[in-house]
Design a protein around this ligand. Structure first.
Ligand code: PAF
Length: 285
């Protein structure tokens, strides 16, 4: 496995590849990331991962400085997974001058994650566009845990005619349902025991919709109350249309199988996000 820090060296190395599948990450790797690598391998002869903690997508009061950085163990895990190339640029490589040009994402970027984290999707889209331009992959794999990110990146690819196919990957969960996340390592043992409640609460909503309930607003209120009772600070718990991420028709005209429940909430000092399809379909977005 080659570990490459400069964009020039990366471009040179990738001239040998026929098809490149790319997995952008911010490191702090876990089994969820390794599933992305495995899916990438099914699409191309050359799998490239990047590890770059992107300052642009962190707000001033967020965890940029304490975001997990474990380059050595991350690279060891990627090597075991059979990744061909890891791109580990320093900030000087990605942002040699202040990044004054930015991608302007659509209004969806100001909702949900974007409402809690202003500027987040400007930062994500800008770095993903730069990484796509450097790596020039035919395929790029994104996890469905970050459902809004997946949707917005797909929209950017479509609207900017980027020659890359976005492949969604199912969320990997611990046995108790907690979605794997780099931030789970911030949880204390007691918080780790409580953490699966976010998934269970979203599951309760999706099961209720599958059973015929269409009073989405009530389901959202009940779920928020359940989390708050158990010590969570809730950012949002919502039912949305799974493809457009728009608010579903209040009369229940949307097909229930197309709906998803999404949530973000903070436990102790750790903000967790998750989403659950009403009827999970493996490999489908
Ligand atoms: O999902 C992430 O880890 C990040 O948002 C990404 C896509 C690597 C961009 O920094």
């Amino acid at each position: 496995m080659d570990i490459i820090e400069s964009d020039d060296a990366l471009r040179k190395r990738l001239r040998q590849a026929r098809h490149v599948a790319f997995v952008p990450t911010m490191g702090g790797l876990h089994a969820g990331h390794l599933a992305l690598m495995g899916l990438a391998r099914r699409h191309a002869d050359c799998v490239v991962a990047s590890i770059f903690v992107n300052r642009l997508q962190f707000g001033p009061n967020e965890d940029f400085d304490r975001y997990p950085r474990a380059l050595e163990s991350d690279c060891a895990a990627l090597e075991r997974e059979g990744v061909d190339v890891v791109f580990t640029p320093h900030e000087q490589v990605m942002y040699p001058t202040p990044q004054v040009y930015r991608v302007q994402p659509p209004p969806l970027a100001d909702e949900l994650e974007g409402a809690s984290r202003p500027g987040f999707f400007h930062g994500v889209c800008t770095v993903v566009l730069k990484l796509f331009n450097i790596v020039q992959p035919q395929f790029a794999v994104f996890g469905k845990k970050d459902r809004q990110q997946l949707k917005i990146v797909r929209g950017m690819v479509q609207q900017f005619n980027l020659p890359v196919q976005i492949i969604p990957c199912e969320t990997v969960r611990a046995d108790d349902g907690l979605a794997l996340s780099s931030r789970n390592r911030y949880l204390s043992p007691a918080e780790r025991t409580e953490a699966p409640r976010l998934y269970k609460t979203l599951r309760t909503i999706s099961d209720a919709i599958a059973a015929g309930r269409t009073d989405y607003a009530n389901l959202e209120v009940e779920a928020r109350a359940e989390l708050a009772r158990n010590g969570w600070k809730v950012d949002y718990i919502v039912v949305r249309h799974g493809l457009a991420l728009r608010i579903p028709h209040p009369e229940g005209f949307d097909h229930p199988n197309l709906l998803i429940a999404l949530g973000a909430a903070t436990l102790g000092g750790t903000r967790l996000i998750d989403n659950v399809d009403v009827i999970p379909k493996d490999g489908e977005d």
